[in-house]
Design a protein around this ligand. Structure first.
Ligand SMILES: [Zn+2]
Length: 274
């Protein structure tokens, strides 16, 4: 028994020593952490208290950084929501509309339309009518002479143009190629989309009218761009048509003019696939 008590006392003694040692270790760790934090805090204060020259250099750096980011955002292509893609749909020789293509159309204000019942894509006809009314208010008479064309009508127009060149002695292949630069092959025209109008006169001299000047200044405000500019003929593969305006929506019209891009270039720039 006495031996047992002695052993217990011994155990009690050593466990007390162990507790003291671990307490010491914890205290030392806490001390080290506190010192480390203090040192860090001090060096931070020292940085903050650096002379003005340095702090202005810092602000210059941050200015440059923000400049860069704003440049990036202005040169970045706008993202196009899937629901908005119809505005930029390309109809050309490489993007032929399917034979069953259809679109819901709305009526162009009859006062500004040459023929009865002229129509345009229902989603954009409001902007078109607003543009026509605004021009009229400014004393500029815009008259729609061509608008939405069914594929059947486009086929008739194209065939008539081919015939014209055949009559002038062109081979069938050459006549078709020539016609395609003047009247779009069926399914390759903005008119088949219901997103284009021809205004007043299909003569190049239209560019010398006040109607043309008004369009140059205001069309984009209503979401319209000149679809076949003179300096983009190699890309559009269509002759210069100062009378042909295409709806792309206000945001894209402004951006296309700013970037000086025709629709083919702009769609490629955005990376849109149809
Ligand atoms: Zn046209």
């Amino acid at each position: 028994m006495p031996q047992n008590t002695h052993a217990r006392k011994k155990r009690r003694g050593s466990s007390a020593r162990r507790a003291v040692i671990s307490l010491l270790i914890v205290t030392m760790i806490l001390l080290i952490v506190t010192i480390a934090l203090l040192v860090e805090n001090l060096s931070l204060r020292a940085q903050l208290a650096e002379p003005e020259d340095n702090s202005s250099a810092n602000s210059q750096i941050s200015d440059t950084v923000s400049d860069n980011s704003s440049e990036e955002s202005s040169s970045k292509a706008p993202t196009v929501a899937a629901a908005d893609k119809w505005k930029l749909r390309v109809a050309n020789s490489e993007n032929v509309l399917p034979a069953d293509f259809s679109v819901e159309t709305g009526l162009i204000t009859p006062a500004y339309a040459r023929d009865q019942g002229m129509s345009f894509d229902a989603r954009a006809v409001g902007d078109l009518n607003a543009m026509l009314a605004a021009a009229n208010k400014d004393g500029v008479n815009l008259l729609v002479i061509s608008c939405f064309r069914t594929l059947t009508k486009q086929t008739n127009l194209y065939n008539a143009e081919v015939q014209k060149w055949l009559n002038r002695g062109y081979s069938e292949e050459n006549a078709k190629a020539k016609a395609a630069t003047i009247v779009a092959v069926p399914g390759t025209s903005d008119h088949n989309l219901g997103l284009a109008v021809d205004l007043n006169s299909v003569e190049e001299s239209f560019e010398n009218t006040k109607q043309f000047d008004w369009l140059q200044e205001h069309a984009a405000e209503y979401g319209f761009v000149m679809r076949y500019p003179k300096h983009k003929q190699e890309i559009t593969k269509i002759i210069y048509e100062p009378w042909h305006y295409r709806y792309v929506g206000k945001e894209h019209a402004a951006k296309m003019n700013e970037l000086d891009m025709c629709l083919e270039e702009y769609v490629e720039y955005l990376g849109i696939e149809f």
